[in-house]
Design a protein around this ligand. Structure first.
Ligand code: BES
Ligand code: MN
Ligand code: ZN
Length: 489
């Protein structure tokens, strides 16, 4: 998809479709009036008959226009001006794409009303809005027709626009990669195959390197928790370490850790059939890490970045780990297994210990960790917990800038009695209450004093009820926030 910036009159555009974006109750400005005159009042008639007032996401269109060079004109409502934010901007991009992707090859979008900080997000929204997953459809579905998008605005310099396009293209292609990985079925995306993806990403770049530890190596290293989770499966586990080194020396070594459970059956504490469905998405954290590392290689932040992925299936084979087992984590702590379905925190415990052992200066982990987080915050918002309020704030700021919904939960020390064990240092699950918090308290045992933020993405990683801005399946949630955070570190 090609994007360019134009400062000329959008009504002279020769694109297939002209899109005008207008705030609520502010639709009839000069451009709209001029278009209406030329269309002999047909536009205002249509606006009137459809009762359109610029409400968010609503749209009025006039097709097959003969007295302009373009064919169709469409006005999309931006909603109330003072409510417009980065989330809205992203959705507008998604809506433009989903409405036009089967109709137009070239689109002209009037951005004259929008603050320039949203330009990049709209571009991301358009590219991501064209996303479709059809790897396993033998008859290919409709493909996105849009290949040229011209933006009309006098607010932004062409050099700033170019850098926004560059960034937005990188981020949206990473989001598509993350979505693909989450959507891939578990028989086609095993831990070994996930590791192959990491190796491929690093081979395509001269600023990335990648080391993959196999089941024997990770056992030798002492990753007893990841190994335990993997024992019930015939597909061997992997530990992936992708690293990015910036050109100039830096003290900041930032670890981005992603839960990579390629299928979570629950293990011996087997999930009921209904809850087991969609558990191919339990590697969404790792998919975010791979998407982020791809963009990191392209956008080259100033800090060093380490993508760490513990990946395994959680299955019920004859050697499967059991409730009552005691296992040893890489940092030496022992864990009593209460519930084999609380496997994510175990896989993460080795990865977090690895980050500390390798002297990372900051750690951010992303994990589809708890159903409790979805109960608390709903499908669309991630839970954020951590041991360092400054780091939490910078992650939340990045989330706000990029339009991803995240909400802080308290890391309430008083709940730590929930994971006290009689036989080992800690146990891997507590009672139902505060499940997202006790999971984070568990993780805290493995980060030492390193500033750390945990993002529970169980809700927003995967959407079962699609709408105008989310397709069915993986969303790529998290990529934008983490890339923004790394670029501003
Ligand atoms: N992968 C699940 C969490 C999950 C649930 C993600 C629903 C996405 C949608 C995780 O491994 C899990 O099973 N968590 C348990 C923890 C419990 C056993 C302490 C849960 O949330 O029920
Ligand atoms: Mn589980
Ligand atoms: Zn899980």
């Amino acid at each position: 998809m090609k994007f360019s910036l134009k400062t000329s009159d959008i009504l002279r555009s020769a694109s297939n479709t002209v899109v005008l974006l207008r705030y609520e109750k502010k639709i009839k400005d000069n451009i709209v009036k001029k278009a209406n005159e030329k269309l002999k009042n047909f536009l205002f008639d249509k606006i009137g008959s459809q009762n359109f007032n610029g409400e968010f996401g609503k749209r009025v269109s006039v097709d097959s226009i003969s007295n302009y060079k373009f064919n169709d004109l469409c006005i999309i409502g931006l909603g109330e001006k003072n409510k417009f934010d980065s989330i809205a901007a992203y959705r507008i991009g998604n809506i433009i794409a989903s409405k036009l992707k089967n109709l137009s090859e070239s689109v002209a979008v009037d951005l004259s009303n929008l603050p320039k900080e949203y330009f990049g997000i709209i571009i991301e929204g358009i590219v991501v809005g064209c996303y479709e997953y059809n790897r396993f459809k033998t008859k290919k579905q409709s493909v996105c027709k849009i290949n040229v998008v011209d933006f009309y605005s006098k607010k932004i310099s062409s050099s700033l626009f170019k850098s926004k396009v560059n960034e937005a293209k990188s981020i949206s292609s990473s989001i598509s990669l993350t979505r693909d990985l989450v959507n891939d079925p578990p028989n086609k995306l095993t831990p070994e195959i996930l590791a192959d993806h990491a190796l491929r990403i690093s081979k395509n770049s001269d600023v990335l390197s990648c080391r993959v530890y196999d089941e024997n190596e990770l056992s030798e290293m002492g990753m007893g928790a990841l190994r335990a989770v993997s024992l019930g499966s015939d597909n061997p586990p992997r530990f992936i370490h992708l690293s990015y080194t910036p050109k100039n020396k830096t003290k900041k070594q930032i670890a981005i850790v992603g839960k990579g459970i390629t299928f979570d059956s629950g293990g011996l504490c087997l999930k009921p059939a209904d809850s087991m469905r969609t558990m191919k998405m339990d590697m969404a954290g790792s998919a975010v890490v791979l998407g982020v590392m791809k963009s990191v290689a392209e956008l080259k932040p100033k800090v060093a970045v380490h993508g760490l992925i513990p990946t395994t299936e959680n299955m019920t084979g004859g050697l499967a780990y059991k409730p009552d087992d005691v296992i040893e984590v890489l940092n030496g702590k022992t864990v009593e297994i209460i519930n084999t379905d609380a496997e994510g925190r175990l896989a993460l415990s080795d990865a977090l210990s690895f980050a500390v052992k390798n002297k990372m200066t900051e750690i951010v982990d992303l994990a589809t960790l708890t159903g409790a987080c979805i109960v608390g915050l709903g499908m669309f918002t991630a839970g954020v917990l951590g041991n360092n309020q400054k780091l939490i704030k910078s992650v939340l700021d990045s989330a706000e800038r990029t339009g991803e919904k995240m909400w802080q939960l308290p890391l309430d020390e008083e709940l730590s009695s929930e994971i006290k064990s009689n036989v080992a240092d800690i146990k891997n699950s507590g009672s139902r209450w505060g499940g997202a918090i006790t999971a984070a308290l568990f993780l805290q045992h493995f980060v030492g004093d390193t500033p750390w933020v945990h993002i529970d993405i169980a809700g927003p990683s995967f959407i079962e009820k699609p709408n105008d801005w989310y397709p069915y399946g993986g969303t790529g949630f998290g990529v934008k926030t983490i890339v923004d955070y790394l670029m501003s570190s």
